[in-house]
Design a protein around this ligand. Structure first.
Ligand SMILES: C[S@@+](CC[C@H](N)C(=O)[O-])C[C@H]1O[C@@H](n2cnc3c(N)ncnc32)[C@H](O)[C@@H]1O
Ligand code: SF4
Length: 446
Protein backbone atom coordinates (compact mmCIF):
# COMPACT_ATOMS: atom_id res chain seq x y z
CA UNK A 1 0.00 0.00 0.00
CA UNK A 2 1.45 3.40 -0.99
CA UNK A 3 1.70 6.16 1.59
CA UNK A 4 -0.74 9.05 1.08
CA UNK A 5 -0.08 12.42 2.73
CA UNK A 6 -3.09 11.80 4.99
CA UNK A 7 -1.73 8.41 6.11
CA UNK A 8 1.75 9.84 6.79
CA UNK A 9 0.37 12.73 8.86
CA UNK A 10 -1.90 10.41 10.84
CA UNK A 11 0.77 7.87 11.81
CA UNK A 12 3.67 10.31 12.29
CA UNK A 13 2.03 12.02 15.24
CA UNK A 14 4.42 12.65 18.18
CA UNK A 15 5.58 9.50 19.97
CA UNK A 16 8.43 8.51 22.31
CA UNK A 17 11.72 7.26 20.78
CA UNK A 18 11.56 4.25 23.13
CA UNK A 19 15.21 4.14 24.15
CA UNK A 20 13.74 2.75 27.37
CA UNK A 21 10.38 1.51 28.64
CA UNK A 22 8.96 3.05 30.76
CA UNK A 23 10.30 6.23 29.14
CA UNK A 24 12.42 8.60 31.28
CA UNK A 25 9.61 11.14 31.75
CA UNK A 26 7.99 8.62 34.10
CA UNK A 27 10.98 8.42 36.44
CA UNK A 28 10.30 9.76 39.95
CA UNK A 29 12.23 10.62 43.12
CA UNK A 30 11.05 7.31 44.63
CA UNK A 31 14.36 5.90 43.40
CA UNK A 32 17.14 7.54 45.40
CA UNK A 33 20.76 6.75 46.31
CA UNK A 34 19.71 4.25 49.03
CA UNK A 35 17.57 2.26 46.62
CA UNK A 36 20.23 2.30 43.90
CA UNK A 37 22.86 1.13 46.40
CA UNK A 38 20.59 -1.81 47.28
CA UNK A 39 20.18 -2.69 43.62
CA UNK A 40 23.94 -2.51 43.00
CA UNK A 41 24.88 -4.72 45.95
CA UNK A 42 22.18 -7.26 45.08
CA UNK A 43 23.56 -7.97 41.58
CA UNK A 44 24.31 -11.70 41.11
CA UNK A 45 28.04 -12.54 41.02
CA UNK A 46 27.99 -13.52 37.34
CA UNK A 47 26.33 -10.31 36.07
CA UNK A 48 28.07 -8.83 33.02
CA UNK A 49 28.30 -5.04 32.99
CA UNK A 50 28.11 -2.25 30.47
CA UNK A 51 29.56 1.08 31.64
CA UNK A 52 28.30 4.41 30.29
CA UNK A 53 30.17 7.64 31.09
CA UNK A 54 28.46 10.96 30.32
CA UNK A 55 30.51 14.08 29.48
CA UNK A 56 28.03 17.00 29.48
CA UNK A 57 30.28 19.64 27.91
CA UNK A 58 30.73 21.05 24.40
CA UNK A 59 32.75 24.01 23.16
CA UNK A 60 29.64 25.57 21.58
CA UNK A 61 26.05 24.40 21.41
CA UNK A 62 24.55 23.34 18.08
CA UNK A 63 21.09 24.89 17.77
CA UNK A 64 19.30 21.55 17.16
CA UNK A 65 20.90 19.64 20.03
CA UNK A 66 18.60 17.84 22.46
CA UNK A 67 21.43 16.10 24.36
CA UNK A 68 22.09 16.80 28.03
CA UNK A 69 25.08 19.13 27.67
CA UNK A 70 26.26 22.71 28.10
CA UNK A 71 28.78 25.00 26.45
CA UNK A 72 31.97 25.60 28.38
CA UNK A 73 34.68 27.83 26.95
CA UNK A 74 36.85 27.34 30.04
CA UNK A 75 38.38 23.93 30.79
CA UNK A 76 38.34 24.23 34.59
CA UNK A 77 34.69 22.99 35.02
CA UNK A 78 35.51 19.97 32.83
CA UNK A 79 38.56 19.17 34.96
CA UNK A 80 36.51 19.40 38.18
CA UNK A 81 33.86 17.15 36.65
CA UNK A 82 36.45 14.48 35.73
CA UNK A 83 37.50 14.43 39.42
CA UNK A 84 33.86 13.88 40.48
CA UNK A 85 33.52 11.08 37.91
CA UNK A 86 36.56 9.38 39.47
CA UNK A 87 34.82 9.51 42.89
CA UNK A 88 31.63 8.01 41.52
CA UNK A 89 33.46 5.29 39.59
CA UNK A 90 35.22 4.02 42.73
CA UNK A 91 32.15 4.47 44.98
CA UNK A 92 29.97 2.32 42.70
CA UNK A 93 32.73 -0.32 42.40
CA UNK A 94 32.93 -0.60 46.20
CA UNK A 95 29.21 -1.46 46.33
CA UNK A 96 29.27 -4.15 43.64
CA UNK A 97 30.16 -7.81 44.09
CA UNK A 98 33.87 -8.13 43.15
CA UNK A 99 35.16 -8.74 39.62
CA UNK A 100 31.96 -8.46 37.60
CA UNK A 101 33.04 -8.74 33.96
CA UNK A 102 32.70 -5.54 31.90
CA UNK A 103 31.94 -6.29 28.26
CA UNK A 104 31.07 -2.82 26.97
CA UNK A 105 32.16 0.78 27.64
CA UNK A 106 30.64 3.89 26.07
CA UNK A 107 31.61 7.52 26.64
CA UNK A 108 28.89 9.84 25.35
CA UNK A 109 27.74 13.36 25.73
CA UNK A 110 28.01 16.12 25.05
CA UNK A 111 31.45 15.75 23.61
CA UNK A 112 33.93 13.37 25.29
CA UNK A 113 36.43 14.71 22.72
CA UNK A 114 36.52 17.95 24.76
CA UNK A 115 38.64 16.07 27.35
CA UNK A 116 42.35 16.90 27.49
CA UNK A 117 44.66 13.92 26.76
CA UNK A 118 45.65 13.62 30.45
CA UNK A 119 41.96 13.48 31.47
CA UNK A 120 41.20 10.83 28.82
CA UNK A 121 43.97 8.76 30.46
CA UNK A 122 42.82 9.58 34.00
CA UNK A 123 39.22 8.58 33.31
CA UNK A 124 40.16 5.37 31.48
CA UNK A 125 42.63 4.61 34.31
CA UNK A 126 39.84 4.97 36.92
CA UNK A 127 37.68 2.48 35.00
CA UNK A 128 40.59 0.04 34.59
CA UNK A 129 41.57 0.17 38.26
CA UNK A 130 38.04 -0.38 39.54
CA UNK A 131 36.47 -2.82 37.08
CA UNK A 132 37.34 -6.15 35.44
CA UNK A 133 37.28 -5.12 31.78
CA UNK A 134 37.22 -8.25 29.64
CA UNK A 135 39.61 -8.91 26.77
CA UNK A 136 37.90 -7.77 23.56
CA UNK A 137 35.36 -5.54 25.35
CA UNK A 138 33.92 -2.87 23.06
CA UNK A 139 35.07 0.63 24.05
CA UNK A 140 33.22 3.32 22.08
CA UNK A 141 33.51 7.11 22.31
CA UNK A 142 31.44 9.94 20.79
CA UNK A 143 33.62 12.51 19.06
CA UNK A 144 33.01 16.05 17.83
CA UNK A 145 35.44 16.23 14.88
CA UNK A 146 35.80 19.97 15.45
CA UNK A 147 37.58 19.59 18.78
CA UNK A 148 39.85 16.62 18.28
CA UNK A 149 43.66 16.80 18.06
CA UNK A 150 46.38 14.25 17.23
CA UNK A 151 47.27 14.06 20.95
CA UNK A 152 43.67 13.24 21.87
CA UNK A 153 43.43 10.59 19.11
CA UNK A 154 46.64 9.02 20.48
CA UNK A 155 45.27 9.10 24.05
CA UNK A 156 42.04 7.40 22.96
CA UNK A 157 43.99 4.71 21.06
CA UNK A 158 46.37 4.15 23.97
CA UNK A 159 43.51 3.68 26.47
CA UNK A 160 41.92 0.94 24.36
CA UNK A 161 39.14 2.77 22.48
CA UNK A 162 38.16 0.58 19.52
CA UNK A 163 35.09 2.37 18.10
CA UNK A 164 34.35 6.04 17.55
CA UNK A 165 31.19 7.85 16.56
CA UNK A 166 31.62 11.20 14.79
CA UNK A 167 28.95 13.87 14.59
CA UNK A 168 28.39 15.24 11.06
CA UNK A 169 24.61 15.86 10.69
CA UNK A 170 24.81 17.50 7.21
CA UNK A 171 27.57 18.88 4.96
CA UNK A 172 25.39 21.44 3.15
CA UNK A 173 26.67 24.98 3.99
CA UNK A 174 23.18 26.49 4.10
CA UNK A 175 21.96 23.80 6.51
CA UNK A 176 25.12 24.15 8.62
CA UNK A 177 24.56 27.91 9.04
CA UNK A 178 20.92 27.31 10.01
CA UNK A 179 21.90 24.80 12.73
CA UNK A 180 24.90 26.70 14.10
CA UNK A 181 27.43 24.00 13.23
CA UNK A 182 30.10 24.62 10.62
CA UNK A 183 32.17 21.57 9.82
CA UNK A 184 33.85 20.97 6.48
CA UNK A 185 34.07 17.67 4.67
CA UNK A 186 37.88 18.08 4.57
CA UNK A 187 38.16 18.41 8.36
CA UNK A 188 35.91 15.37 8.88
CA UNK A 189 37.89 13.35 6.32
CA UNK A 190 41.13 14.25 8.06
CA UNK A 191 39.77 13.20 11.51
CA UNK A 192 38.56 9.84 10.14
CA UNK A 193 42.02 9.24 8.63
CA UNK A 194 43.74 10.09 11.95
CA UNK A 195 41.65 7.56 13.88
CA UNK A 196 42.29 4.89 11.23
CA UNK A 197 46.04 5.64 11.31
CA UNK A 198 46.00 5.06 15.08
CA UNK A 199 44.30 1.68 14.58
CA UNK A 200 40.74 2.73 15.54
CA UNK A 201 39.10 1.50 12.36
CA UNK A 202 35.53 1.14 13.50
CA UNK A 203 33.82 4.41 12.61
CA UNK A 204 30.21 5.58 12.90
CA UNK A 205 28.90 8.80 11.37
CA UNK A 206 25.82 10.59 12.79
CA UNK A 207 23.48 12.31 10.33
CA UNK A 208 20.20 14.12 10.97
CA UNK A 209 17.33 14.59 8.51
CA UNK A 210 14.42 17.01 8.87
CA UNK A 211 16.79 19.94 9.54
CA UNK A 212 16.08 23.50 8.29
CA UNK A 213 16.60 23.94 4.50
CA UNK A 214 17.34 20.24 4.00
CA UNK A 215 15.91 18.75 0.81
CA UNK A 216 16.08 15.32 -0.77
CA UNK A 217 18.70 16.77 -3.17
CA UNK A 218 20.88 18.33 -0.44
CA UNK A 219 20.71 15.11 1.57
CA UNK A 220 21.71 13.09 -1.48
CA UNK A 221 24.86 15.22 -1.81
CA UNK A 222 25.66 14.83 1.91
CA UNK A 223 25.28 11.05 1.68
CA UNK A 224 27.59 10.96 -1.38
CA UNK A 225 30.24 12.74 0.70
CA UNK A 226 29.66 10.44 3.68
CA UNK A 227 30.23 7.44 1.39
CA UNK A 228 33.72 8.76 0.64
CA UNK A 229 34.52 8.38 4.37
CA UNK A 230 33.61 4.65 4.18
CA UNK A 231 32.06 4.42 7.67
CA UNK A 232 31.17 1.01 9.12
CA UNK A 233 27.98 2.41 10.58
CA UNK A 234 25.72 5.38 9.98
CA UNK A 235 23.04 6.69 12.33
CA UNK A 236 20.51 8.91 10.54
CA UNK A 237 18.22 10.44 13.16
CA UNK A 238 15.00 12.32 12.41
CA UNK A 239 15.36 15.83 13.84
CA UNK A 240 13.41 16.08 17.13
CA UNK A 241 12.22 19.70 17.28
CA UNK A 242 11.00 20.50 20.80
CA UNK A 243 11.80 24.20 21.33
CA UNK A 244 9.55 24.44 24.43
CA UNK A 245 11.85 21.96 26.18
CA UNK A 246 15.21 22.54 24.41
CA UNK A 247 16.17 26.22 24.59
CA UNK A 248 18.87 26.35 21.86
CA UNK A 249 16.28 25.07 19.36
CA UNK A 250 14.53 28.44 19.61
CA UNK A 251 17.34 29.67 17.34
CA UNK A 252 16.06 27.38 14.58
CA UNK A 253 13.79 28.99 12.00
CA UNK A 254 10.72 26.75 12.22
CA UNK A 255 9.46 28.03 8.85
CA UNK A 256 12.54 26.48 7.18
CA UNK A 257 11.85 22.99 8.59
CA UNK A 258 10.69 20.29 6.16
CA UNK A 259 7.08 19.15 6.76
CA UNK A 260 6.07 15.63 7.72
CA UNK A 261 5.75 14.36 4.12
CA UNK A 262 9.15 15.87 3.22
CA UNK A 263 10.66 14.10 6.25
CA UNK A 264 9.09 10.85 5.04
CA UNK A 265 10.73 11.34 1.62
CA UNK A 266 14.11 12.20 3.19
CA UNK A 267 13.96 9.12 5.40
CA UNK A 268 13.00 6.94 2.42
CA UNK A 269 15.91 8.40 0.40
CA UNK A 270 18.38 7.58 3.18
CA UNK A 271 17.14 3.99 3.40
CA UNK A 272 17.25 3.34 -0.36
CA UNK A 273 20.61 5.09 -0.94
CA UNK A 274 22.37 3.35 1.91
CA UNK A 275 20.87 -0.06 1.11
CA UNK A 276 22.02 0.35 -2.51
CA UNK A 277 25.49 1.20 -1.20
CA UNK A 278 25.63 -2.14 0.66
CA UNK A 279 24.54 -1.13 4.17
CA UNK A 280 22.05 -3.18 6.16
CA UNK A 281 19.20 -1.23 7.71
CA UNK A 282 19.25 -1.69 11.50
CA UNK A 283 16.13 -0.70 13.41
CA UNK A 284 14.59 2.67 12.60
CA UNK A 285 17.65 4.84 12.06
CA UNK A 286 20.92 2.85 11.96
CA UNK A 287 22.79 1.32 9.04
CA UNK A 288 25.77 -1.05 9.17
CA UNK A 289 28.06 -2.93 6.81
CA UNK A 290 27.18 -6.63 6.96
CA UNK A 291 30.56 -7.46 8.60
CA UNK A 292 29.84 -5.00 11.43
CA UNK A 293 28.83 -6.37 14.86
CA UNK A 294 25.57 -4.41 14.78
CA UNK A 295 24.43 -6.33 11.69
CA UNK A 296 25.39 -9.72 13.15
CA UNK A 297 24.57 -9.85 16.84
CA UNK A 298 21.08 -9.85 18.38
CA UNK A 299 20.12 -6.20 18.40
CA UNK A 300 19.30 -4.32 21.62
CA UNK A 301 18.01 -0.80 22.22
CA UNK A 302 19.27 1.45 24.98
CA UNK A 303 19.81 5.15 25.69
CA UNK A 304 22.50 5.39 22.98
CA UNK A 305 20.08 3.98 20.38
CA UNK A 306 20.80 0.57 18.82
CA UNK A 307 23.61 -1.55 20.18
CA UNK A 308 25.05 -5.05 20.12
CA UNK A 309 25.73 -4.64 23.86
CA UNK A 310 24.35 -7.80 25.49
CA UNK A 311 25.48 -7.05 29.07
CA UNK A 312 23.07 -7.95 31.90
CA UNK A 313 23.28 -4.55 33.62
CA UNK A 314 24.08 -0.99 32.58
CA UNK A 315 25.77 1.43 34.96
CA UNK A 316 25.67 5.14 34.15
CA UNK A 317 28.33 7.54 35.46
CA UNK A 318 28.06 11.31 35.32
CA UNK A 319 25.40 14.00 35.43
CA UNK A 320 22.05 12.82 33.99
CA UNK A 321 23.44 9.31 33.28
CA UNK A 322 20.96 6.44 33.54
CA UNK A 323 21.67 2.94 34.82
CA UNK A 324 19.51 -0.11 34.22
CA UNK A 325 19.63 -2.99 36.66
CA UNK A 326 17.26 -5.93 37.15
CA UNK A 327 15.26 -3.86 39.65
CA UNK A 328 14.75 -0.87 37.35
CA UNK A 329 16.21 2.40 36.10
CA UNK A 330 18.18 4.94 38.17
CA UNK A 331 19.18 8.38 36.89
CA UNK A 332 21.77 10.76 38.33
CA UNK A 333 21.10 14.44 39.06
CA UNK A 334 20.94 16.28 35.73
CA UNK A 335 22.84 19.50 36.53
CA UNK A 336 26.60 19.15 36.98
CA UNK A 337 26.71 21.31 40.19
CA UNK A 338 23.98 19.15 41.76
CA UNK A 339 25.78 15.96 40.65
CA UNK A 340 29.11 17.16 42.06
CA UNK A 341 27.52 18.32 45.36
CA UNK A 342 25.94 14.94 46.01
CA UNK A 343 29.24 13.10 45.43
CA UNK A 344 31.17 15.62 47.54
CA UNK A 345 28.74 14.77 50.37
CA UNK A 346 29.88 11.15 50.08
CA UNK A 347 26.70 9.81 48.47
CA UNK A 348 25.79 8.48 45.04
CA UNK A 349 24.17 11.12 42.81
CA UNK A 350 20.95 9.18 42.08
CA UNK A 351 18.03 11.62 41.80
CA UNK A 352 15.19 9.62 40.24
CA UNK A 353 14.23 6.42 38.47
CA UNK A 354 11.60 3.73 38.35
CA UNK A 355 11.27 0.21 39.74
CA UNK A 356 10.07 -2.29 37.12
CA UNK A 357 6.97 -4.43 37.62
CA UNK A 358 6.61 -7.73 35.76
CA UNK A 359 4.08 -6.05 33.46
CA UNK A 360 6.65 -3.31 32.68
CA UNK A 361 9.20 -5.99 31.76
CA UNK A 362 6.77 -7.74 29.40
CA UNK A 363 5.80 -4.50 27.65
CA UNK A 364 9.46 -3.41 27.52
CA UNK A 365 10.36 -6.72 25.85
CA UNK A 366 7.61 -6.32 23.22
CA UNK A 367 8.55 -2.70 22.46
CA UNK A 368 12.27 -3.51 22.23
CA UNK A 369 11.67 -6.43 19.85
CA UNK A 370 9.39 -4.30 17.64
CA UNK A 371 11.90 -1.40 17.58
CA UNK A 372 14.79 -3.82 16.83
CA UNK A 373 13.36 -6.72 14.76
CA UNK A 374 10.07 -5.24 13.50
CA UNK A 375 8.39 -8.47 14.62
CA UNK A 376 7.00 -10.12 17.69
CA UNK A 377 7.15 -13.84 18.32
CA UNK A 378 4.34 -15.13 20.54
CA UNK A 379 6.38 -18.27 21.24
CA UNK A 380 9.38 -16.25 22.49
CA UNK A 381 7.19 -13.95 24.55
CA UNK A 382 5.43 -16.85 26.30
CA UNK A 383 8.75 -18.74 26.71
CA UNK A 384 10.18 -15.68 28.53
CA UNK A 385 7.19 -14.61 30.60
CA UNK A 386 4.65 -17.47 30.64
CA UNK A 387 0.95 -16.86 31.09
CA UNK A 388 1.59 -13.35 32.49
CA UNK A 389 2.13 -12.28 28.86
CA UNK A 390 -1.48 -13.07 27.83
CA UNK A 391 -2.92 -9.53 28.29
CA UNK A 392 -0.14 -8.07 26.12
CA UNK A 393 -0.84 -10.70 23.45
CA UNK A 394 -4.43 -9.45 23.41
CA UNK A 395 -3.07 -5.94 22.69
CA UNK A 396 -1.03 -7.40 19.81
CA UNK A 397 -4.18 -9.05 18.42
CA UNK A 398 -6.03 -5.73 18.55
CA UNK A 399 -3.13 -3.91 16.79
CA UNK A 400 -3.51 -6.39 13.91
CA UNK A 401 -7.31 -6.34 14.02
CA UNK A 402 -7.56 -2.55 13.84
CA UNK A 403 -4.90 -2.04 11.15
CA UNK A 404 -6.60 -0.71 7.99
CA UNK A 405 -3.44 0.79 6.53
CA UNK A 406 -1.22 -2.25 5.97
CA UNK A 407 1.28 -1.42 8.73
CA UNK A 408 1.32 -4.89 10.32
CA UNK A 409 0.91 -8.45 9.06
CA UNK A 410 0.09 -11.70 10.85
CA UNK A 411 2.82 -14.36 10.83
CA UNK A 412 2.55 -18.03 11.86
CA UNK A 413 3.92 -16.94 15.23
CA UNK A 414 2.75 -13.43 16.02
CA UNK A 415 3.05 -10.24 14.03
CA UNK A 416 5.42 -8.49 11.68
CA UNK A 417 5.65 -4.82 10.78
CA UNK A 418 5.45 -4.28 7.02
CA UNK A 419 7.90 -2.14 4.97
CA UNK A 420 5.40 0.74 5.13
CA UNK A 421 4.80 0.18 8.85
CA UNK A 422 8.55 0.44 9.57
CA UNK A 423 8.34 4.19 9.05
CA UNK A 424 5.80 4.35 11.87
CA UNK A 425 7.08 1.74 14.32
CA UNK A 426 7.25 4.30 17.17
CA UNK A 427 3.52 4.95 16.73
CA UNK A 428 2.81 1.21 16.69
CA UNK A 429 4.79 0.83 19.94
CA UNK A 430 2.60 3.42 21.67
CA UNK A 431 -0.18 0.79 21.59
CA UNK A 432 1.84 -1.32 24.04
CA UNK A 433 2.72 1.64 26.30
CA UNK A 434 0.47 1.71 29.36
CA UNK A 435 2.05 4.93 30.72
CA UNK A 436 1.33 7.20 27.76
CA UNK A 437 -1.04 9.89 29.02
CA UNK A 438 -0.41 12.89 26.75
CA UNK A 439 1.36 14.81 29.54
CA UNK A 440 4.80 14.74 27.87
CA UNK A 441 5.91 16.35 24.62
CA UNK A 442 7.46 13.98 22.09
CA UNK A 443 8.87 14.55 18.61
CA UNK A 444 7.08 13.55 15.40
CA UNK A 445 7.35 9.82 14.89
CA UNK A 446 9.15 9.98 11.52
C1 LIG B 1 26.45 13.54 21.66
S1 LIG B 1 26.16 14.03 20.00
C2 LIG B 1 27.47 13.32 19.06
C3 LIG B 1 28.93 13.67 19.37
C4 LIG B 1 29.38 15.11 19.31
N1 LIG B 1 28.87 15.84 20.42
C5 LIG B 1 29.06 15.79 18.01
O1 LIG B 1 28.03 16.45 17.95
O2 LIG B 1 29.83 15.68 17.07
C6 LIG B 1 24.82 12.96 19.69
C7 LIG B 1 24.07 12.99 18.38
O3 LIG B 1 22.69 13.15 18.65
C8 LIG B 1 22.04 13.64 17.49
N2 LIG B 1 21.08 14.69 17.91
C9 LIG B 1 21.29 15.69 18.79
N3 LIG B 1 20.18 16.44 18.91
C10 LIG B 1 19.24 15.90 18.11
C11 LIG B 1 17.89 16.21 17.82
N4 LIG B 1 17.27 17.25 18.36
N5 LIG B 1 17.22 15.40 16.96
C12 LIG B 1 17.82 14.33 16.40
N6 LIG B 1 19.10 14.00 16.62
C13 LIG B 1 19.80 14.76 17.47
C14 LIG B 1 23.11 14.18 16.56
O4 LIG B 1 23.19 13.36 15.43
C15 LIG B 1 24.38 14.07 17.39
O5 LIG B 1 25.49 13.75 16.61
S1 SF4 C 1 25.41 17.89 18.72
FE1 SF4 C 1 27.25 17.31 19.84
S2 SF4 C 1 28.59 19.13 19.71
FE2 SF4 C 1 26.57 19.81 19.14
S3 SF4 C 1 25.73 20.57 21.09
FE3 SF4 C 1 25.04 18.45 20.84
S4 SF4 C 1 26.48 17.24 21.95
FE4 SF4 C 1 27.43 19.25 21.62
Amino acid sequence: MAASAELIERHARPAPRYTSYPTANHFTAAIDADRYEDWLSALPRDTSLSLYVHIPFCETLCFYCACSTKASRRYEPVKRYVEALGEEISMVASLLPPQLPVTHIHWGGGSPSILAPEDIRQLAGALNRNYAITEGAEFAVEIDPRNITSEKVEAFAETGVNRVSLGVQDFDPRVQTAIGREQSFELTHDVVARFRDEGIGSINIDLVYGLPHQTVESLRRTIEQVMLLKPDRIAAFGYAHLPQRVRPQRLIDATALPGTCARFEQSALIVSTLENAGYRRIGIDHFARSADGLAQKPLRRNFQGYTSDAADALIGFGASAIGKLAGGYAQNAVSTPDYERRLAAGRLATARGIALSQEDRIRAYVIERLMCDFRLSTRDLVANFGEAARPVLNVAASVVGRDDDGLVAVTDDGLEITDLGRHFVRSICTRFDSYLDGSATHSVAI
